[in-house]
Every structure is written in C-alpha cells, then in structure tokens.
Write a protein that binds this ligand. Sequence first.
Ligand SMILES: Cc1cc2nc3c(=O)[nH]c(=O)nc-3n(C[C@H](O)[C@H](O)[C@H](O)COP(=O)(O)OP(=O)(O)OC[C@H]3O[C@@H](n4cnc5c(N)ncnc54)[C@H](O)[C@@H]3O)c2cc1C
Length: 465
Amino acid sequence: MNIDVAIIGGGVSGLATAYHLRNQGRTVCVLERQVRTGGSAISERMGGFLMEHGPSSLNITAEEATTMSSRLGLDAEVRNLSEAVQNRYLVKDGTLNPISIHPMGFMLSNYLSPKARLRMAAEMLISHRASGPEETVAEYSNRRFGKEFTDRVIDPLVGGLYAGLASELSMAAVFPKLAEMERKYGSLVIAVLSRWLQGGKAPMRRLFSWKDGVGTLPSALAKSLRHEIQTGVVVKRIHQKPEGFRIETQNSGTIRARAVVIATQPHVAATLLEPLDTDATEAASNIAAPPLSVVFLGYKREQIAHPLDGLGYLTPPLEGRSLSGALFGSTMFKDRAPEGHVALSAYIGGARAPGLAGLSQPDLIQMVRDEFGELLGAKGDPVIARVRQWPRGLPQLTTSHKARVDRLNGISERVPGLFLSGNYLIGPAVANCLRQAATTSQNVETYFENQGESRADVVENLMQA
Ligand SMILES: Cc1cc2nc3c(=O)[nH]c(=O)nc-3n(C[C@H](O)[C@H](O)[C@H](O)COP(=O)(O)OP(=O)(O)OC[C@H]3O[C@@H](n4cnc5c(N)ncnc54)[C@H](O)[C@@H]3O)c2cc1C
C-alpha cells in the first residue's frame, strides 16, 4: 500500500491527526494494534450503567474539544455537568469535607488550619519569582501558599488530574496558565478574585461529556475515517527509505508511506524511534506512565448513606489511603445508572502507588468496597463491579519536560517526514491530544508543501482522480 501518511496508533491522538490530514486531502491509513480504536477512551454500557474505563469528562473551555464535537455532528449528544454536582470533597481524618470553590468560601471553611489559611491569604503579599530553576508543582505551591495547602489541596488535585505527585511534576508543564497568572498579576489570589468578581463561572460547572460517554468522540472519528483504519495491526519497525518510509508490521505485511506519524504511548514511540534517532528515543523513554487502575462499582441508591452530591472526592497522600479518589459518575451526568441506582468509579495507582494498580481484580474491588464502606457508608454487595487495569497510565510531565519535548519535536528535522502526536507532548487531557493532533497535521502539511507540493495540487489531483 502506498499512501501519503501512515498514522501508528488509533487512540484520540492518532484518529484526530488522521482526521485533519484526510480533510486536508491526504491519503492516510491509521494502524491500530487493538481490535478496536479509541485507545484509553473507552465507555461501556452494561445493565443500564455507563462505565468510563478511561477519561470521564472534558473541560468545556477547551475549544479544540467543543469544535471537534461540532464538526463530528455530536452537539445534540453533549451533556453538561449536572446541577446535582454541588460539592467537591477532600478527605481529612477519614471523612469527606466539602470544599468550596469560591475563594472566600474556601478561606472561611475549616478544612485547613487557621495558620494555613493565613499563610494562603499572605500569597497576595509574596512577590512573584522573576527567574530561577524550574519548579515542581509542590515547590511553586509551597512558595506561594504554604505547605499545608500543598499537602491537603494541591497534591490530591495533581493525583486526580495527572495521577502524579506534586513533588515530581513540572509546574510550567502541567499548570502553564497558573504559572502565567503569577507573571501577569503577581499574585494568584488577586488573579482568581478579579476573575470571580468579573462573574467568571465556577470551574466545577465547566466539565462536559456526551450521552454515551467520552468514548463517543473516538467512535465518531473512527466512523468518519472507516475506510482509512486498519485494526489488529501491530507496527514493529519503521524503515526510512529515499522515497519515504516502509512500515513493517507483525501480522499485516509492509505498508509504504511518504510520511509517518507515531501516535502511540511514549514507551512504544521510544521503541519505534530507536533505529531512527537516539535523541528522541532517549527523550521518549524518560517519560514514565505508571500503572493505573479504575474500579467501577454500581449500587442501589439506598446502599449508600452519603448524599453523593458532588463530583467525587480526592484523597491527600498524607492520609495514607490506597485510593487516589473516586468520581460520582451518576451525579456528574444523567443516565449513568439505572433508575434507583448509583455509579461510582475509584482510581488506584499512578505515581503515588504504582504497585497497588497491579493487584488482582478481586483485591482491587475489595479495597474499593472497604473504602466506600468507610467514607460513603456503602453497605452490602455492589450490583455490578468492573476493573480496568492500565499497565501504562498517564504520562508524567516531570521537570525538564519542555526540554524533552523539544528533543522529541526535533525528530522531524533529523528524520524528515517523521512526526509525533500523543498525550505526552502538551499534556494527557483529551483536549490537549486534540490540540497536538491539529499541530502535528499542520506540520505534516508544511512538510509536503516544502517538498514542492502545495495543498492546491493535492485537491486538484483528487478532483482529477
Ligand atoms: C484512567 C484514565 C482516566 C483519564 N481521565 C481523563 C479525563 O477525565 N479527561 C481527560 O481529558 N483525559 C483523561 N485521561 C487521559 C486521556 O484519556 C488520554 O491521555 C488520551 O485518551 C490518550 O490518547 P492517545 O491517543 O494519545 O493515546 P492512547 O489512547 O494510549 O492510544 C494509543 C494507541 O496506540 C496503539 N498502539 C500502541 N502500540 C502500537 C503499535 N505497535 N502498532 C499499532 N498501534 C499501537 C494503542 O493500542 C492505542 O490504541 C484519562 C486517562 C486514563 C488512562
């Protein structure tokens, strides 16, 4: 097969990259090792429950996601976060504490000690840092808000969003907007207060999904690309040739393409890059993605004492618990559980406890049942229990990540025609994968144009064909 671009990996990143390139008039082929596309974005309906084995929601402010949803004709299926979500909970001393997302509400609550709240308020007086070595999220947060806020708020948040540790992740890589707010306003408290006073919406209302879950997005992309996807194809090696690339597969022969996009997890990218470029190989191998498990439990409503009136809960690592947290799926979005039932998902592992994610499924289920019993007052057997174990969970954007990404992106200069897309470049959120896919497809297009072939030529060739 001779095509313009072969895309290795049929997760959100690979599918979206292929979608853009195909729409630019390129012949593309997505090669996916699994029998299904979508990668880690898997939504499954069973017995009236909707289980999210991977991503559970997207941020509505991420334009890439809402625009792609509209382009795929999914607007009627969009579901915003339910009004039933009134709280976010953080665990302290074995109980769930509702956390106000309004700055004043948070300052007046007793979740943090009076000393820690005073230290937080002092953030306004701390001058911004003009230069210095790259900071971890914990270093940044300790400097601006104090250690108790870091340990009790930021560390659990980082665990929930990135399955990582605040002491390891790079502030500039995971919270670039907050880092920028410090530069712009001098103080984050002032920045947040000024936005809030201007009527900015509370972040907890900004999440969305689709009627049948986040898996709707890759399914719609795959439907649009159905003639351009080969599933069950494991790519083993990429050979660079004068006329382009020869892609060797384990089970489907050889595919020839003028350009290649590697859109796999970073460890697979490292293996595929190895014969082609040492620099990018080393950079990709240094991106860890510790194992992560998701345990889904469905109960009858009356089995759970807690009102479940929130998004879910997060647990600070210093609480010494096994779970990083849980989402109240049936509160977040309507129709996630049959009438009179509730749907809950627990997250175990990541950088905090990689060893726990690999426990046996019965042990994981028992661990979650015990914790739900203690924290949510869950009683009796769940009506449904499912476990999804991800041997490689979320990529960890640790310090020096930007330098790593520069070395990775340099591949296209060192091996012309070879490009990368994926959740380890800008960040793991689905919206970031979509943003990276748009950038990568544009870079591929520029490569073809620099070869003397304009987009107009491609369209004309297509019209004549
Ligand atoms: C448990 C969990 C919860 C999450 N929650 C959220 C959330 O709430 N919101 C959010 O925005 N994001 C969330 N994320 C992150 C987001 O889901 C992922 O970052 C994103 O889906 C990754 O997409 P991707 O295409 O880059 O990678 P993947 O989905 O990993 O896809 C890579 C694909 O490459 C294929 N592949 C690998 N090797 C080969 C080979 N040799 N040949 C051919 N194909 C190959 C794989 O089979 C896979 O399909 C979550 C992720 C996980 C795991």
